[in-house]
Structure formats: structure tokens, C-alpha cells
Design a binder for this molecule. Sequence first.
Ligand code: GLN
Length: 247
Amino acid sequence: MCRHLAYLGPPAPLSRLLFDPPHSLAHQSWAPRDMRGGGTINADGFGIGWYSGVGAAPVRYRRATPLWSDTTLPGLAPSVMAGAVLAAVRSATVGMPVVETAAAPFSDGRWLFSHNGVVTGWPDSVAKLAATLPTADLLMLDAPTDSAFLWALVRDRLRRGDGLAAVVADVMAAAPGSRLNLLLTDGATIFATTAGHALSVRHGDGQVLVASEPLDDDPAWRPVPDRSLVTATPDAIASEPIELGEA
Ligand code: GLN
């Protein structure tokens, strides 16, 4: 299952997340440690979103090929500085297309979003939930995948003032057994859920990292319990349980 991460803190080169650490995102693309729920490697695309300036919408770079096979990025990443980043490597769920637009991060305005997991019974299980979305949002889905649909749902709930926990509860009620590790940022705050997959956080020194798997053996990494909502800024981090009806 896909691996994702988000960073907030002092501007740092993208290479510090993607390539430099012993268990960088590139390393996790071909040697992930915890692929519970299916898949062996994350070879079906990748994406990086980062904020290049105050008030600016994020920049995205996505590909439908493995992160390790990109010959441009290792040279580019050390010279791209960002104080807010969300990046992901993808292991496509069986039956879902391997296309660039299915790779996270999904984006709208200041938001960047990623999903690690699967919606069980896709697409029938969530057809009724999909019917609650504006038709234009459904017509403009990035790709016919569960993750792109989840992004449409999250975006709609954000407009209504709801957050990730409400989306996890609604989808879990419609599609029990789904794996819904969601990751969202506006460049100032990271929101993350755990529902069926691992997640770890490292907080301190004015920076925060949220990642499917720790990037190194720094003892400051902390695992997040399953069924949690994490809200993190460089200054503070909070975790609360997500109440699920079918638990
Ligand atoms: N189901 C999603 C996809 O196919 C995410 C898969 C994953 O987490 N491995 O894109």
C-alpha cells in the first residue's frame, strides 16, 4: 500500500525527504517495511507537492512511473527548498489505472491530499456517498480511483466545515473494512488519519514530519495509534481517537 509523508518547518531541500535519509521516500518506494493490506513495492507512480512562497498555491510534480526511475529528480531535489511538503509513492490497488492523475498529491487551491489504503467494495459501496457530491466534482475527478473519489469527498466536506474524521466515519460506515490513512495540508497545518495502516510522527526543533514509515532511526519518531486523527504544526501536535460506528 502506498507510502506518504508531510513536512512543515524551516525551508529544506526536497532531497532531505525524498533521497537523503536511510529510509527516504525513494527507499520506501522499493523497500517498504510495512505493506499490510496488499502490494509489495510502490512502483505505480509518485507525486510531490510543495509550497514555494508565502500565500502561493503549491507546486506539484507527479509521474506514473517509479520514483527510483526518475533520472531528473535526484539532481533537482537538492536545489528545491520548501517549508511545507506532501509527497507519496503509489502501489495501485488491483483494477485501478496506473496513470499520472491517479498519483497523489491531489490538489485544489492551497490544499494537498493523499490516501494510503483502499475502499472496500469499490465503487458500488460508496455510490450513495458519491451521489451527495456536486455533479461537476464527479465529472472532474482526477482519475477513476478510490483515492481520487476520497479527495472529492474531503474537498466537499472542507467546504462545509467538516474535516477528515467525518470522511473516515462516513466511508467506513458505507464500506466497512476500508483502509483510510488520509493526509492533508494547507501548508500551515498537517491533518492525518490512521485507519488500517501505520503512521509515525517526528516533532521538535520547530518542525514536524508525518510519515507512513520513519525515515531514519531517530528515537524521536512516535507511532500513531490506529483510528486517530493527528493535527500538527511545527509548534504543536495533537492526536485524538476517531469514533467509528462499526468498530
Ligand atoms: N487505492 C489507492 C490507489 O490505487 C491507494 C493504494 C495504496 O495505498 N496502495 O491508488
